[in-house]
Design a binder for this molecule. Sequence first.
Ligand code: ADP
Length: 482
Amino acid sequence: TIPPLERSDFLTGQPLVDGTEICAGSTYAVTNPATGKTLANVVKLGAAQTRRAIESNSRALIDWRKRPAQERARLLHDWLALVRLHRHDLGLLMTAEQGKPLAEALGEVDYAASFIQWFAEEARRVYGEVIPGSADRRIIVIRQPVGVAGAITPWNFPAAMITRKVAPALAAGCTVTLKPSELTPLTAFALAKLALEAGIPPGVFNVVCGDAPAIGSVLTSHPDVTKFTFTGSTAVGKLLTAQCATTLKRVSMELGGNAPLLVFDDADLDQAVEGTIASKFRNTGQTCVCANRILVQGGIHDRFVEALAARVSAFTVGNGLEGATDQGPLITRAAFDKVQGHVADAIAQGGGIVTGGKRHGAGELFFQPTVLTGANPAMRLADEETFGPVAPVFRFDTEAEALALANATRSGLAAYAFTRDIDRAWRVAEGLETGMVGMNNGIVSTETAPFGGIKESGLGREGSRHGIDEFLEMKTINLGVR
Ligand code: ADP
């Protein structure tokens, strides 16, 4: 189901702890969601191996945190070079285990690499502060690594969600045990292998995988883990935050969103349609910043719907490893059922299908790219993340109504708005209750800017010059001077 890789060892499916691949133990099958075929049998780990991984993190930390930042930066640059060298293999691996079209997978490898580059550069900029003291006091603030970090990442970005956490952790001088999603561990193992080959010492970056609750419970309760960072659903994020409370770990959470996308009468129609395509249909609608609710003002509504549907119905849907495709499969049967359920519920509550609405002929887990109109707040899709290729269009009249609708959610990750009126653009950007706003733009993620949510979408920020702060503690040195 996958073309031959230059690095056939990327398919061995072995977790990496303390510089050693674990090959013994029971296994489970990782499958290609486009075909249902098995890609690899992955060794399944649990609590005991996770404890061993953390012990190796603690041992490795002693030397790693003391190394000069230049040296950690150099090793991160060497890791970056290997990721770039193996870009094509990593892309194939990702499409095979996750389903996104190969062009998107290669784009994600570049995006993942951008975090390694950024934090290799930031490693050398961990500045302190000097605070005016008094006659006999001098105050200095230094910033030191938090220590051992536990990390859990989801399946939708099998590479970028890892480098966005691991690169700043390593740059700061922390060591990490990562648990990727059980659905997409192969990309994670490959990244960890490349880090080891780049000279990053054993025990600095471990990857475990298998029994998620057992591994998660050790990562969130082990006293040696001082930092825990998670990307995934809000429900699991809350559970893991609670688990971290008993040992009071520093916590970062990148959780679910319910992004509104507002199109005003004064929008540029083409820009609004292209922005909606970029935001809504990236990764087949399976990103936490995907537009979940598309709110369109009355005067542009019909033209917008027609133009959006024309673009969406022209998508090529299929196996991302076979020719150029725009849309791949959904990740699991449960994901497919949720998307189908949202569409059925919307139809039952008066929504109308403009295009799509059913299973796609490409295979079991493929859903037709869908545009539906007449969406309203009573529908499930107004409240829950659909996480699939369904664009529900809500109609509104006034700006105040649009903002109220947009903010009527416990989530606050991303929002988008399209308008050519500069006053409105400011008012709306300031009024949206989210961590990120795409204004006349459907893409908000870049390694250079802070990524993260407010309300129940999370705690902390990743990427940007702030991303490394999540892995640093401040220490105040209050120096008496005679
Ligand atoms: P998604 O909807 O993206 O699958 P999840 O929150 O279920 O979101 O999964 C994100 C990550 O959290 C995955 O790596 C998954 O294995 C992990 N996970 C899910 N449940 C638990 C749990 N109880 N303890 C630890 N990790 C968990």
